[in-house]
Every structure is written in structure tokens, then in C-alpha cells.
Ligand binder design. Structure first.
Ligand code: TPP
Length: 540
């Protein structure tokens, strides 16, 4: 047996259940050994798709995911998806065979690229310790939530396996906050009259603890886009904090006297470039990674600690002090403001035309038709606010949002990775026509895997984000002829609909009963005006 086989098996022994990739000569035996040892391997049609499927799978399942690529060009094809994962701190290992001969066509400096995009990097060189080193890389990905590129020289992969068993995985630690930080946090919270909690992806496993503490402190609840749905159904929920916020939510957040980011980066999108942080508002950030504290905004207090643990310990401290639950921001007036404040409740003028549907109507119609639980993967572009804010996301696993790199073209693969991780949910990919065209290759993957999912193309035959951003300028390079995505998808084994009015959606009901093939909805949408979040972001 070669080390390629041994390393493939090691991945399974290290707790990796699912791998994604495109197989070539360099990773053929490794991917085979992974599957033969009990791992499930999804063959994508483009490494870019495979990388984002792995990323979305890891985000949705909570497991470490594996990406396997061919050396050189397979690796570079995956770089955008790997960069997105690295920026999002997705626990993922990238098995990248590396050409060793400088004159090989496949040779590039793979480790330099990994460092350049912010991924952790390991190059395995020693056949004796290779299995242990790979298990260590998986451990790092899991414990430190890192995207780790493991370069595997092709000469090493061909060596005979020396037969060492991989070590057992070590569980991740949950750091407890320092007593002094906790006491300062308590004092800040007790002094606040209008606290708002903003949970990020690092707060997704701490719902109960955050709800309990928020109740004690009288805090309103919000999330960043990546934790959308965490507080759905709660009375004091503002929904998403950031560009997608409803007007009332944005107002209440901007008027808070204390914002607490729980496992939340508080980046420019979550804070609307800082505009959601009022003058004099105290900002506290809780994160299990010290480097995350204050990385995007100046903060008044950074607490290094596990989110759930910190929230529970703070509540205990408040109780021990004998503090009475505070009404805080949970006033009758705020309650009234919140009634009917979400985006779908806002009145708007229907922009539909003879052969084009208003994207808000389209989204609300689909929202009413499609059963829960669902998981929605969203691409980037002007359209993205509609599926983010007009679909009901009922829990923190309802939206998979791969937008840390702000790349278009990742949405389809995102929905595929999420669909594979959560097969009991109805998976929906929401794409602009630009992002759809870029990720198109993976329609075949959906058909081949028989994933009963829905792909919705918000098709306005343009890169509308750019059209609206560069209002009044020459748009020749960002407008396109209409693409008949329904025909393309049909050729790839989909059932497909072209939608220009709500009535065209009727066959969706029937499809829901069958779900025998994936469904693509090519919705010709209006886009004369930029979406509200784009206007806000670019000052239109
Ligand atoms: C990989 C990549 N290329 C280019 C861009 C710049 N960009 C941002 S939005 C956008 C247009 C997206 O068009 P579409 O998917 O049709 O959505 P729309 O804006 O029309 O709603 C482009 C080209 C980007 N973000 N990522």
C-alpha cells in the first residue's frame, strides 16, 4: 500500500465523513482510499464548486470537511472557494498533491498561494510521520476552526506506507472568560438601558444561553447574516443586523447604548460601515479567538471566551449578585415598533412589468409555497437581499451564506454542500444570472446526485449590482442578452420553469409532491431600481 492510500484512510479515522473534489492523477488513489475506508466522496465538475460545497457542508454539518484536488491547476481552480473558507474560518482540510519537479507542467508554489489567501499550510515531507501529520492537520482544522491546505508531494504519495496508525482526534476546548473580564462585562451590562445582542456564526450553538442572558439584561436580539434565523420566533428579535436590516431594526440598533457581538466579527456589513453603532454606544465583543477581538471595530471591552460559557457564567454572576431582571430595551414602545417591522411586512409598489416579475413578489410567493425546514444558499449581487430578507429563515441552519470574500459564483455550490449536509431540508439556491452563469457546471452535479433541490435564478440579464453602482455610465460590459436558463437546465436533467408572473409558479406545487428531479426556476425579474441594501451601501 502507498502513502496515498494510507492518507486517504487517515482522513476517515480522523473523523472526516464527507469529501468533495475533482479527481486527477495526483489524488486518484487518495480519493479512492477515502471512499473505500467509509468516507463519502462527492465528485464535483469544477474545483471551485467542490471547494464551496466542502465549505458549505462544514458550515451546515459542524464537521470538518475535506477537499481533494489535482496538483497545480486543480488547486488553482479551487482558490476562490478556499479563500472564502479561510476568511470564514471554516474547518476544512484541502488535500493538494504537489508536483515536485520544477519543470513539471503542474508545478507551482502551492504553499505560497495558501499563505497568500490566508489559509493555514502544511507540507508533508516525512513518510514516517505523514499519517500522524495529516491527522494533526485535521485536528488543527477542527480545534482552531481553520482551513488547512495540506501539500502532498507526489513523490511522497507514491512511497510505501510504513504502517503507522493515526493518533485519536483530540476534542476542542471551550475557553472560559477571565474573572476580571466577566466582572467588567457585568458592570457594563448593568449600566446599559438599551442593550442589543448580535450573535454571529460563533454564537449559533449558544441560543439558549444567549436568550437567558438577554432576558435577564433586557436586551434585544439580532444576528449577523451568517447566523440568520438563530432567534426566529423570539418576541424581541430584530432579525439581521446590517445591510439587510429592516428600517425599524436598523433604527433600534443605532439607538442602542450597548452592542454585544457574540462570536460575531462586527464587520463593515454587519455594522453598515459603523453607521449602526451610535455615538457613545459601548461595544463589547465576546469570542473564543483572541485575534478576532477588535479586528474590525474599535471595541470598549473584548472578552476572550466561549460564547455559550461566557453567557451562562455572566448570567450566574448577575444572579449571585441578586440583580433583578431588567426591562432594559424591552419596553412597550419597542414592542409596538417591532410589530409588522420585518421586510415582508413593509408596503411597496409592485414593479412588475408585462414579462418581468418584482423580485420581492417572486420571493414572497415562493416563501409561501415552499415547506420548512429549508436551507437556502445565496450568491452575491444586487438580488441577494431578497432571498436573505423576504424568505422566512426559521432557524440558524436555514441560510448558508458564503460571502466573506464577496465572490459571485459560489451560491449554487453552497446550496449543494448544504443540501448534502442536511438532506431532510428542502435546499434552495438563490442566484443572480451572473452568479448562475459562473457556477453553472454544478447543475450536472445536482442532477447526477439526484438532489431534490430548487435553483432560483433572479434573472435580469445584467450584473445589476454594477449597473446600479455605476448609475448613469455606459453599461455595455455589464448587460447581457437574455439567457434561457430553463433550457440549459433541462438539458442537464432538471425540470424547469420560466417565470414572468406569479401564476407561472403554479407547477412548483405539483413538483413538491414529486421531487423526482431537481427544479430550476428562471425568473425574469425587474431591476430598474437598486435593492435597498445596495442603495444604502453605495449611497444611491
Ligand atoms: C468573482 C467575482 N467577480 C466579480 C465580482 C463583482 N460583482 C459583484 S456583484 C456582480 C454582478 C452579479 O450579477 P448577478 O449575479 O446577475 O446579480 P445581480 O447583481 O444582477 O442581482 C459582479 C460582477 C465579484 N463580486 N466576484
Amino acid at each position: 500500500m502507498t502513502l496515498a492510500h494510507a492518507l486517504g484512510r487517515t482522513l476517515v479515522h480522523s473523523g472526516i465523513r464527507h469529501g468533495f473534489g475533482v479527481v486527477g492523477s495526483g489524488n486518484f488513489h487518495l480519493a479512492r482510499a477515502f471512499a473505500d475506508a467509509g468516507g463519502t466522496f462527492t465528485a464535483a465538475r469544477h474545483e471551485g464548486g467542490a471547494a464551496t460545497m466542502a465549505d458549505a457542508y462544514a458550515r451546515t454539518s459542524g464537521e470538518v470537511a475535506m477537499l481533494s484536488v489535482h496538483q497545480g491547476c486543480g488547486y488553482t481552480n479551487a482558490i476562490t472557494g478556499i479563500a472564502e473558507a479561510a476568511k470564514s474560518r471554516t474547518p476544512m482540510v484541502v488535500l493538494a498533491p504537489a508536483a515536485t519537479a520544477l519543470n513539471s507542467n503542474f508545478y507551482i508554489n502551492q504553499s505560497a498561494i495558501a499563505s497568500a489567501i490566508g489559509a493555514a499550510e502544511r507540507t508533508l515531507t516525512d513518510p514516517v510521520s505523514a499519517v500522524e501529520d495529516l491527522a494533526g492537520a485535521v485536528d488543527t482544522a477542527r480545534r482552531e476552526r481553520q482551513t488547512v491546505v495540506v501539500n502532498l508531494p507526489v513523490t511522497l504519495l507514491a512511497e510505501t506506507d510504513p504502517g503507522h496508525a493515526p493518533p485519536a482526534p483530540t476534542p476542542a476546548e471551550r475557553p472560559a472568560p477571565a474573572g476580571e473580564d466577566l466582572r467588567r462585562f457585568r458592570d457594563t451590562l448593568r449600566a446599559s438601558r438599551r442593550p442589543v445582542f448580535i450573535a454571529g456564526r460563533g454564537g449559533r450553538d449558544a441560543r439558549g444561553e444567549l436568550l437567558d442572558l438577554a432576558e435577564t439584561a433586557g436586551a434585544l436580539l439580532a444576528t449577523s447574516a451568517v447566523a440568520t434565523g438563530l432567534f426566529s420566533g423570539e418576541a424581541w428579535n430584530l432579525g439581521i443586523c446590517g445591510g439587510f436590516s429592516s428600517p425599524v431594526a436598523a433604527q433600534l440598533i443605532a439607538e442602542a447604548d450597548l452592542l454585544v457581538g457574540w462570536g460575531c466579527a462586527l464587520n463593515m456589513w454587519t455594522t453598515r460601515h459603523g453607521r449602526l453603532i451610535g455615538e457613545g454606544t459601548q461595544v463589547v465583543q465576546v469570542d473564543d479567538t483572541p485575534a478576532a477581538l477588535g479586528a474590525h471595530r474599535t471595541i470598549d471591552l473584548g472578552v476572550h471566551g466561549d460564547v455559550a460559557l461566557t453567557a451562562a457564567m455572566l448570567r450566574d454572576l448577575l444572579e449571585r449578585d441578586g440583580a433583578q431582571p431588567s426591562m432594559g430595551y424591552r419596553t412597550r414602545q419597542v414592542q409596538q415598533l417591532l410589530e409588522g417591522s420585518s421586510w415582508p411586512d413593509q408596503p411597496f409598489e409592485d414593479s412588475s412589468e408585462a414579462a418581468r416579475i418584482d423580485p420581492r413578489i417572486l420571493t414572497m410567493e415562493l416563501d409561501a409555497m415552499l415547506p420548512q425546514p429549508r436551507v437556502v444558499g445565496i450568491d452575491s449581487g444586487n438580488f441577494m437581499g431578497y432571498p436573505a430578507a423576504y424568505f422566512h429563515h426559521v432557524d440558524e441552519r436555514s441560510l448558508c451564506f458564503t460571502q466573506a470574500f464577496q465572490s459571485i459564483g459560489l451560491g449554487l455550490a453552497t446550496a449543494i454542500g448544504a443540501a448534502i449536509a442536511e438532506p431532510q431540508r428542502l435546499a434552495i439556491a438563490a442566484l443572480g444570472d451572473g452568479g448562475a452563469a459562473m457556477g453553472l457546471a454544478e447543475l450536472e452535479t445536482i442532477s447526477r446526485l439526484e438532489l431534490p433541490m430548487i435553483v432560483v435564478v433572479y434573472n435580469d440579464s445584467a450584473y445589476s449590482a454594477e449597473v446600479h453602482h455605476f448609475d448613469g455610465e455606459n453599461h455595455d460590459q455589464v448587460r447581457f442578452p437574455d439567457v434561457d436558463f430553463a433550457r440549459v437546465a433541462t438539458g442537464l436533467g432538471f425540470e424547469a420553469l420560466t417565470v414572468t408572473a406569479p401564476g407561472d409558479l403554479a407547477p412548483v406545487q405539483e413538483w413538491l409532491h414529486r421531487r423526482d428531479r431537481p427544479l430550476l426556476i428562471d425568473a425574469k425579474i425587474t431591476s430598474r431600481e437598486p435593492a435597498w441594501w445596495l442603495s444604502e451601501a453605495f449611497g444611491h
